[in-house]
Design a protein around this ligand. Structure first.
Ligand code: MD3
Ligand code: FE
Length: 199
């Protein structure tokens, strides 16, 4: 079933639940080639979530800024190709939410250990804000913060569990959002896959 949080923001509860074990196994394989690493923000802070990418473009940050890059700065290699299962899942979720021609060229893989968080921010390094972002939650549960167009706007708190898929498009595409500190549970990590059309 689907739930609309705000215009353009749709939650597909459990949409990826059956695929979760295969997705986790693929994350494990992809990150043998492009290891999880904690990147540094332009302000000099080390991010608490560890990240890697697959697809033709990968999101990176360092002291020079946030951007998309074709190569992994850690290894110099191109990011590993996006598995078909990833691409199909993202496309099907976007279709369900009313974005029938979404084709992701970037998949950011985030890994949160217990205590890791992501502070409120906007995703605005992509070229085309008419394309949505699709996110898939795996592993430990999280509380997602969904704010407004300004940092100071009130936030909705949305619990997310393994297999939940969210599509953020239209007027919700540039809303502020974040993830509260992950609590200890029966697994070691929370993983989030974020699919974007970056180029
Ligand atoms: C709402 N990741 O990597 S995904 C990120 O759970 C990021 O790892 C979070 O925010 C995570 O940039 C949240 C959900 C998400 C992604 C993009 C959005 C929500 C969004 C863009 C606009 C509004
Ligand atoms: Fe984000």
């Amino acid at each position: 079933w689907t739930q609309t949080l705000a215009p353009g923001a749709v939650v597909l509860r459990g949409f990826a639940a059956e695929s979760a074990p295969a997705l986790m196994q693929m994350i494990d394989q992809l990150t043998r080639v492009a290891p999880f690493r904690q990147m540094t923000t332009p302000g000099g802070f080390v991010m608490s979530a560890a990240m890697s990418n697959c697809g033709s473009l990968g999101w990176v940050t360092d002291v020079q800024g946030y951007r998309y890059a074709r190569h992994d700065p850690l290894t110099g290699l191109p990011w590993p190709a996006m598995p078909l299962l990833f691409a199909q899942l993202a496309q099907q979720a976007a279709y369900e939410a009313g974005f029938p021609d979404f084709v992701a060229d970037a998949c950011l893989m985030n890994r949160y250990a217990v205590g890791s968080r992501m502070s409120l921010h906007q995703d605005k390094n992509e070229r085309d804000f008419s394309q949505p972002i699709v996110s898939v939650s795996l592993g430990l549960p999280a509380i997602f913060q969904f704010g407004g167009m300004q940092r100071s706007d009130a936030v909705q708190r949305i619990p997310l569990t393994q297999g939940d898929v969210l599509v953020w498009g239209g007027p919700s595409r540039l809303r502020f959002h974040g993830v509260q500190a992950i609590k200890a549970g029966t697994e070691d990590y929370r993983f989030n896959l974020t699919f974007r059309k970056a180029g």
